[in-house]
Write a protein that binds this ligand. Structure first.
Ligand code: SDX
Length: 434
């Protein structure tokens, strides 16, 4: 039986060492390099962590070649088809699907944490009305750390779960109010008689002046979208949360760092960037091929937003599900807006042309989760600058679950990467004064 190890020979010294191979439940065997520096005096170099495991985790598994995504072993397709976002939250946080009693208790707990401390409302008025809602999310979520000092012992498992419940429950309220503030509309308080996604749409779109009932089909579509965005292994914002949390900072400030990272157009900001790109294409009157050429031109910063992925070298399984929802919504007239139909038509044509183009084929560039999600959000009446906010609402449970897993690991230590120093060699200071 071959030994689970690799042998490494240093050609400069002739020294040979053995490094253990760690066996995952699934996915590539992993070389344990923790003793490398001690044995050979060398660092390893992997900017962007292209092939580096920063941690162990039991939460989410991705296979980029096969287009597989599983939460705690359950395929995303099955959860999207049969679960709810709140049930998926329980699964991600606790590792198992809840029984009915556990689900009822969890739902009761989340519903009774949806309100914000009344003084938090004043934070909104400090922002300009035209502030990007992601700026408000970063600020207000970080401000929660000023309100929950009492049970913030990050080493206490129950305190961590309390913080997780508060964040899952309050994000929709904070998000909806960032929209209401921008529109100059009164804040709508949560209604605990409603489901999670229904309540979010209620807080976004109901008005005190008239009766409002949420379209159950839209609430269901949003719930599936939130499931698809709930977690995704060690992506940039989750890695940010782990690194920020590793210093034992409080969970609210840590989540704010994740929101900040998600905002970038290379990450969660791509859903907003996709709609801007599709609109630019539609309004330009130029042939689609000219945009494909620009995306391939290294001298042009233009990229096909919503295409490509660090891990998926096949279809992002979430994109396939979201594309189906797009078609269903358009088919049952959920977004009559002709503009949306034109955006979807352009998206479908762009996908077809790109997937026939050698440049994209050779680089395994496929549509990712962000390519279609924006079209659904538009169909729901969600404004463009709220798209990444919804991504943050969905991803909150992934962030807090990964943070909780790390803080519960007795071997967890502060994250402190090293570097390949390429700056000036040591030199003496020369005073410019004569
Ligand atoms: C998310 O990590 C996650 O899990 C993230 C996420 C999650 O759920 O958390 O899945 C959510 O962030 C999805 C990705 C959303 N971002 C976008 O859609 C922005 C557009 N995509 C690219 O910026 C890019 O594809 C990335 C950032 C997603 C991935 O970049 P990588 O892995 O660093 O790959 P790369 O930039 O090295 O690209 C490899 C090649 C390059 O060409 P060559 O140097 O080989 O000639 O592919 C090209 C790139 O120029 N390329 C693209 C492209 N994406 C990559 N060319 C045109 N259009 C694109 N979109």
């Amino acid at each position: 039986m071959p030994k689970d190890s690799v042998t490494l020979t240093d050609n400069r010294t002739g020294k040979t060492i053995e490094l253990d191979l760690l066996s995952p439940t699934c996915g590539p065997m992993t070389i344990d390099i923790r003793s490398l520096y001690k044995q050979l005096g060398y660092f390893t170099y992997d900017p962007g962590f292209m092939a580096t495991a920063s941690c162990w985790s039991n939460i989410t598994y991705l296979d980029g070649e096969k287009g597989i995504l599983e939460y705690r072993g359950y395929p995303i397709e099955q959860l999207a088809e049969s679960s709810t976002y709140l049930e998926t939250c329980y699964l991600l946080l606790h590792g198992e699907l809840p029984d009915q009693t556990q689900m009822d208790e969890f739902e009761y707990t989340i519903k009774h944490h949806t309100m914000l401390h009344e003084q938090l409302l004043r934070f909104y008025s400090g922002f300009r009305r035209d502030s990007h809602p992601m700026a408000i999310m970063v600020g207000v979520v970080a401000a929660l750390s000023a309100f929950y000092h009492d049970d913030e012992d990050v080493h206490n498992p129950q305190d961590r779960i309390n913080a997780a419940h508060r964040l899952i429950a309050k994000m929709p309220t904070i998000a909806a109010w960032s929209y209401r503030y921008a529109q100059g509309l009164p804040f709508v308080y949560p209604d605990n008689s409603l489901g999670f996604s229904e309540n979010f749409l209620h807080m976004m779109f109901s008005t005190p002046a008239e009766k409002y009932s949420v379209d159950p089909l839209l609430a269901k579509a949003l719930d599936v979208i939130l499931i698809l965005h709930a977690d995704h292994e060690q992506n940039a914002s989750t890695s940010t949360v782990r690194l920020a949390g590793s210093s034992q900072a409080n969970p609210f400030a840590v989540l704010a760092s994740g929101i900040a990272s998600l905002w970038g157009p290379a990450h969660g900001g791509a859903n907003e960037a996709v709609i801007k790109m599709l609109t630019e294409i539609n309004e330009s009157g130029k042939p689609l091929a000219s945009f494909i050429d620009r995306a391939k031109d290294k001298s042009d910063r233009f990229r096909l937003m919503g295409f490509g992925h660090r891990v998926y070298k096949n279809f992002d399984p979430r994109a396939k599900i979201i594309r189906e929802i797009c078609h269903e919504m358009l088919a049952n007239g959920q977004c009559q807006n002709l503009e949306h139909q034109k955006l979807l038509d352009t998206a479908m044509e762009l996908e077809r042309v790109a997937l026939e183009d050698e440049y994209f084929i050779s680089r395994n560039l496929y549509p990712n989760v962000d390519f279609y999600s924006g079209i659904i959000f538009l169909g729901m009446g969600i404004p463009l600058n709220m798209f990444t906010v919804l991504f943050a609402v969905g991803r909150t449970v992934g962030w807090v679950s990964q943070w909780n897993e790390m803080m519960g690991d007795k071997e967890s230590k502060i994250g402190r990467p090293r570097q390949l120093y390429t700056g000036s060699a040591s030199r003496d200071y020369e005073d410019i004064k004569p």
